[in-house]
Design a protein around this ligand. Structure first.
Ligand code: NCD
Length: 309
C-alpha cells in the first residue's frame, strides 16, 4: 500500500513509480467526483497555509482551490513584503510559527533549499511550491498527470524540454519523474542555459537517453511532446545576458506547419513570448488543460498527505 501520510513533498527524486501511479489514480477520482459535485467534505476542519515569498498565480490559487474543494480552510501569505520576512524573520522561524496554525504548509521562496529548511523546522508536512532555481515537484506531478491524459500513456515517450533548462525548476523536477518511465529526453536550450550537469549525468547513469541540442526543430520532429519554458529573467544576475538569450525559441503556427505532424505542447506558464497566442487554438496545445489538472493533482496530494486517501 502506498502512503504519503505525513510526508513532505520537496523534490522530484523522492517519488517511486507506485507513488506516482497512486497520485494519478486519486487525482483522476477527484476529477470525476468534481463533475458530480462542486465540493467535497473530506478535509473539513483541516487548514492549509500557503506562504509565497515569490510571485505566483497558478500554484497558489490552485492549492487554495484544491483545499477548498475538499472542504478545508486556507490561510495565506501572498508576498514577502506583507509578512515578517520583511522584518528579517528566517524561513525556519516563519515555518515554526505557521506550524502552530496549519495542518499542511505550502511554501515558495527564492532560495534553493528553503523548503527543506521549512520542513525541518515544522511538524506539519511541508510542500515545496518552488525553491528558487531548485525544484517544483507538484508542478512535475501535474505535468505527468497531463501527459497521461493527453497522450494516453507514459510509456516509450520522446519529450523535448525547451528554453531555460538551467534555471527552470519545473524541468528539474519533471525529468526526475520522467526518468522513472524511461522517457527519451531532448534538452533544447541556448548554450548558457543548459540543464545543470549533475542532473544530466545522473539521468545518463540511470540509463536515460539524453540528447542536448540548440535546435528546437530537429528535437521537436523526433518528439511526441514539447515542454516549453520561460527564460527565467529574475534569475539573471546580468540582464544583458538575458537580453541576449530572450526570444531564443518561439513556437508559432508557421513552426507547427513545418513539423507536419501532431505534437502535444505543454508549458507550466506564465509564458512571455515563447508560444504565440495563435497556437492556443491548435488541438495539441494543452497548457490551459494542464492548468486545470493542477487542481485535481493538488487535491490528491493534500488528501494523501493528510492521510485521507
Ligand atoms: C513556474 C514556476 O514558478 O517555476 N510556474 C508555475 O509554477 N506554474 C514556471 C515559471 O515561472 O516560469
Amino acid at each position: 500500500m502506498v502512503s504519503l501520510k505525513g510526508k513532505d513533498i520537496l523534490h522530484g527524486n523522492q517519488f517511486s513509480r507506485k507513488e506516482i501511479d497512486a497520485v494519478i489514480k486519486v487525482a483522476s477520482d477527484f476529477e470525476k467526483e468534481l463533475k458530480k459535485k462542486d465540493s467535497l467534505t473530506l478535509l473539513k476542519g483541516k487548514i492549509l497555509a500557503t506562504l509565497f515569498f515569490e510571485p505566483s498565480t497558478r500554484t497558489r490559487l490552485s492549492f487554495e482551490t484544491a483545499m477548498q474543494r475538499l472542504g478545508g480552510g486556507v490561510i495565506s501569505m501572498a508576498s514577502a513584503e506583507s509578512s515578517s520576512a520583511a522584518k528579517g524573520e528566517t524561513v525556519a522561524d516563519t515555518a515554526r510559527t505557521v506550524d502552530q496554525y496549519a495542518d499542511v504548509i505550502v511554501i515558495r521562496h527564492p532560495r534553493i533549499g528553503s523548503a527543506k529548511e521549512a520542513a525541518d523546522a515544522a511538524q506539519a508536512p511541508v510542500i515545496n511550491a518552488g525553491d528558487g532555481a531548485g525544484q517544483h515537484p507538484t508542478q512535475a506531478l501535474l505535468d505527468i498527470y497531463t501527459i497521461q491524459k493527453e497522450l494516453g500513456s507514459l510509456k516509450s515517450l520522446k519529450v523535448s524540454l525547451v528554453g531555460d533548462l538551467k534555471n527552470g525548476r519545473t524541468v528539474h523536477a519533471l525529468v526526475e519523474l520522467l526518468s522513472l518511465f524511461g522517457t527519451r529526453l531532448y534538452f533544447v536550450s541556448p548554450e548558457s542555459l543548459r540543464m545543470p550537469e549533475e542532473i544530466t549525468s545522473q539521468l545518463k547513469q540511470k540509463g536515460i537517453e539524453v540528447v542536448e541540442t540548440g535546435e528546437m526543430k530537429e528535437a521537436a520532429l523526433a518528439s511526441d511532446l514539447i515542454y516549453m519554458t520561460r527564460i527565467q529573467k529574475e534569475r539573471f544576475g546580468d540582464l544583458s545576458e538575458y537580453e541576449r538569450v530572450k526570444g531564443s525559441y518561439i513556437i508559432g503556427s508557421e513552426f507547427l506547419k513545418k513539423l507536419k505532424k501532431k505534437i502535444t505542447i505543454l508549458h507550466p506558464l506564465p509564458r512571455v513570448d515563447e508560444i504565440s497566442q495563435e497556437v492556443d487554438s491548435y488541438p495539441g496545445a494543452a497548457y490551459f488543460r494542464q492548468v486545470r489538472n493542477g487542481i485535481f493533482v493538488r487535491m490528491a496530494l493534500l488528501a494523501m498527505i493528510l492521510g485521507k486517501r
